[in-house]
Design a binder for this molecule. Structure first.
Ligand code: BG6
Length: 470
């Protein structure tokens, strides 16, 4: 018998303010660090227009409704609400998000609202971004303003999107400003500060008069050893602890386990560094752990890891030239090719079982926090415009396989409440520009016109029948 999705399953799509909105000079918005970075001479694209969601959100939400979606992830740009990050609140920014949120509900679509999606205001970024402890307080204030303003019309809050991707981009790969490379120490410190900032926001939310649910979204990619050798297994474990276990422990166990700390300290010892969080931070993290209402899982790929003794070497594939990426980290391991697994043009292994395994791991290892949403999943693809008749069968196949993994996890006991495609419409990809498309809606980035892709029409059938269709 064909498997049905649970009755109230959320079929959604995701967006993020900087990648979707454009309108960077509208309504008193201040700059975030991407505004500055993407205008440097070396940048090959800029984000000023993005997908024009600022102007087109009504049209986009009408399409979402037509696809049968009942959830959407949006993020609130800190720089629209508090343009310099820590100064005056900007009423025009507040008004914009009231309008956007109201429009979601008008279309019967519940907004899942993220407060930080990679877009720290420029002045706060310059002072050290998440490495500057003052920004924990600044974030807490921004969160409080949002809870007070929008609390009566938002039921699902996400504090921070993907701490690991952010710090890996900023301090390890170096393709996100401030473009530091190979500093695992900075990455760990910034991640820890984000754990504290998340805890502060959750605490503020729970102490407020506002009702609703709050959680955090993590990128959670499974890490498999490429062989069963002890050395490869240890390498995979090291990358897993750094990218996954560190934050899962903090959020859902309320403490870094002894094992996590031992691995992190060992990894940091290669650069002569250590990690000693304060008792005060750990108390706060522990206090709010049980108050997280759900786990948000962003999943695109898994990695196959081999042991590696050389110096760090990372080459980011930002062009979609298959086979051009390298990811080898001293003291951790090297991501290697698994010839049995297909990959995207950006070298991301397509492995739906990795999603199943991750969901089941959350179900088993963090049983107190059963409610799971797949908050992002999708295929970056060079869609052929084809006169507006976009046949994205590869995307349909990708989504189908991953939704099937979700159904299997549900069958095996996991409480998965929803699935959000990244993304509703094609958006700017932070480090790849505009040719890496993910949307149900094709965006012509010159005219900002939208075209429904085959995947959008397919999704409509899935939501109507509440099951996978061919
Ligand atoms: C997630 C982010 O990491 O992946 C999104 O939350 C991002 O903001 C998405 O766009 C896809 O990544 P990329 O690099 O292919 O655009």
């Amino acid at each position: 018998m064909t498997k049905q999705f649970p009755k109230d399953f959320v079929f959604g799509a995701a967006t993020a303010a900087f990648q979707a909105e454009g309108g960077v000079h509208e309504g008193g918005r201040g700059p975030c660090y991407w505004d500055e970075y993407l205008h440097r001479p070396e940048s090959t694209f800029n984000g000023d227009h993005a997908s024009g969601f600022y102007y087109k959100f009504k049209e986009d939400l009408a399409h979402a409704k037509e696809f049968g979606l009942n959830g959407i992830r949006i993020s609130i740009a800190w720089t629209r609400v508090i343009p310099d990050g820590d100064g005056e609140v900007n009423q025009a920014g507040i008004d914009f998000y009231h309008e956007l949120i109201d429009e979601c509900w008008k279309n019967g679509i519940e907004p899942y609202v993220t407060l930080h999606h990679f877009d720290t205001p420029l002045p706060l970024h310059k002072s050290g971004d998440w490495l500057d402890r003052k920004n924990i307080k600044n974030f807490k204030r921004f969160a409080k303003v949002c809870f007070e303003e929008f609390g009566d019309k938002v039921n699902k809050w996400i504090t921070i999107n993907e701490p690991w991707s952010l710090v890996a981009g900023q301090y390890i790969i170096g393709h996100f400003p401030p473009n530091t490379r190979y500093s695992v120490k900075d990455a760990v410190e910034a991640m820890h500060n984000m754990m504290v900032a998340h805890a502060e926001a959750v605490k503020t939310f729970k102490e407020s008069a506002v009702s609703g649910e709050i959680g955090i979204v993590h990128i959670l990619e499974s890490k498999y050893p490429i062989t069963e050798s002890e050395a490869d297994r240890e390498a995979a474990k090291r990358e897993d602890v750094l990218a996954n276990q560190f934050m899962l422990d903090a959020n859902y166990k309320g403490a870094y386990s002894e094992e996590t700390l031992a691995y992190i300290r060992k990894i940091l010892s290669y650069s002569g560094d250590s990690f000693e969080p304060s008792a005060e931070d750990m108390e706060l993290i522990s206090e709010v752990s049980a108050q997280n209402d759900f786990i948000g899982v962003n999943y695109y790929a898994s990695h196959f890891i081999a042991s590696y003794d050389g110096e760090s070497e990372i080459v980011h594939n930002g062009t979609g030239e298959k086979g051009s990426s390298v990811f080898a980290l001293k003291g951790i391991g090297k991501r290697v090719d698994n010839p049995n697994i297909p990959k995207t043009d950006w070298d991301w292994p397509i492995y739906p079982k990795g999603l199943y395994d991750m969901i089941m791991r959350l179900y088993t290892d963090y049983p107190e926090h059963k409610k799971i949403y797949v908050t992002e999943n999708g295929l970056g693809y060079k869609d052929d415009f084809n006169g507006g008749n976009i046949q994205d069968d590869a995307r349909i196949d990708y989504i189908s396989q991953h939704l099937n993994a979700v159904l299997e996890a549900i069958e095996d006991g996991a409480d998965v409440r929803g699935y959000f495609l990244w993304s509703l419409m094609d958006v700017l990809s932070w480090t790849n520009g505009f040719n890496k498309r993910y949307g149900f809606l094709y965006v012509d980035f010159d005219t900002q016109d939208r075209y429904v892709k085959k995947s959008g029409r397919w999704m409509k059938k899935v939501t109507e029948e509440n099951q996978l269709v061919s």
